[in-house]
Design a protein around this ligand. Structure first.
Ligand SMILES: Cc1ncc(COP(=O)(O)O)c(C=O)c1O
Ligand SMILES: [Zn+2]
Length: 364
């Protein structure tokens, strides 16, 4: 259902991206009842909570949750970088590619900063679908290589915006099926399972910290906790701390009404999304949950990367932003009475070891 004009669509009607054909608004999943009865493993454990379930599992979901005491807080690291293609995107892609498969689609296109492309190429390959991935030329080489390894065709664009234009062009003129993860409610559905898994282990944390690019992860995880709250299983909701880079920070600008002060956040390539389609929804979640938007720069991210590696977590720079943000807001959170914090580690550093090595040996 369209979040703007209320127009409704069946899942099978949607073939050219997940925007309302009448007004261009983003679409939400409505009209079915979520039932909490976890059974089995992977994200299919939560079939009765989800609008669709995957045709084929590559082992996505069921990621470890590591607990530790940290400067007077109990923190929980959700190791989403251990998903099959090395990022949390697999939860959404498993849904999206399964849906395309059920529609009988044989070629898909996606625009990405990298991780969704790797994930789409991997799941497409496993289901015999051809994948074409449009991405910025300056994306990490390791990510492009991973896409090619899974048989995806990489089209290099001069910018993230041009990558989107290429994807739309291939969809409208050449009959590709557009995965459209920035808008797709199927990705939000998949990310809900992060909250379900956390809830089964520890209940609801006082706060959660997530990197925010398109804000899909933020929205999906929060909606997952909200589902459990609505159904009467959870008794509260977490404060949402969203992290953006100082250079591209649309959520920060909307929540606080001002531009960030400057600096560089180039290495956080996964959260450089200037116009997130679901921005209003993310603003509402940050505000209503009593949360924050925290900005981090390259130096802070490198520092966080180093500390995470010291602890044994090899993540990519975009992913280290949550730890950089924790360092910045720890006192603020404590003053609000926060005792437990969920940090989602979103993407693996193993796709770019050369880059990580360069970052960690050239500074500090
Ligand atoms: C490693 C990593 N973390 C976080 C994000 C941001 O997720 P979202 O676009 O759902 O806000 C991305 C997006 O590409 C990513 O690749
Ligand atoms: Zn509409």
């Amino acid at each position: 259902m369209c979040s703007e004009c209320g127009a409704t669509y069946g899942f099978t009607d949607i073939r050219q991206g997940f925007r309302c054909a009448k007004c261009g608004g983003v679409l939400d999943v409505k009209g079915f009842e979520r039932v909490w009865s976890p059974a089995g493993s992977g994200i299919s454990r939560y079939s009765s909570m989800l609008a669709l379930t995957p045709v084929k599992s590559l082992g996505e979901g069921c990621t470890p949750l590591v607990a530790m005491e940290w400067r007077g807080l109990r923190i929980y690291l959700k190791l989403e970088h251990l998903n099959p293609s090395g990022s949390f995107k697999d939860r959404g892609t498993a849904m999206a590619i399964s849906h395309a498969y059920r529609l009988g689609i044989d070629r898909v296109v996606e625009d990405t900063s990298g991780n969704t492309g790797i994930s789409v190429a991997m799941y497409s390959r496993a289901l015999g679908i051809r994948a074409c991935i449009a991405m910025p030329r300056d994306a990490p080489e390791g990510k492009k290589l991973a896409i090619r390894l899974f048989g995806g065709e990489v089209i290099e664009a001069s910018s993230r915006a041009e990558a989107t234009a290429i994807a739309i062009d291939l969809t409208t003129k050449h009959g590709y099926y557009y995965i459209d993860h920035l808008s797709s409610p199927l990705y939000i559905e998949g990310y809900r399972t992060i909250a379900y898994e956390v809830f089964e282990r520890i209940g609801v944390p006082d706060a959660m910290i997530v990197p925010a690019g398109s804000c899909g992860l933020l929205i999906g995880t929060y909606r997952g906790f909200e589902d459990l709250y609505r159904l009467g299983f959870a008794r509260r909701l977490p404060r949402v701390v969203a992290v953006q880079g100082v250079e591209v920070a649309p959520l920060y600008e909307k929540v606080y009404g001002g531009k960030p002060g400057g600096g560089s956040s180039r290495i956080a390539d996964g959260i450089r999304v200037p116009n997130p389609p679901r921005l209003a929804e993310a603003v509402d979640i940050v505000r209503s949950s009593g949360g924050r938007v925290v900005l981090v720069d390259d130096n802070e991210i490198v520092h966080a990367l180093r500390e995470l590696i010291d602890m044994g977590f090899v993540v990519e720079p975009t992913s280290a932003t949550v730890y950089a943000a924790l360092i910045k807001v720890v006192d603020d959170l404590k003053s609000l009475g926060v005792e437990s914090v969920l940090l989602v580690l979103t993407g693996s550093g193993l796709k770019m070891l050369d880059k990580l090595y360069g970052l960690l040996t050239s500074s500090g």
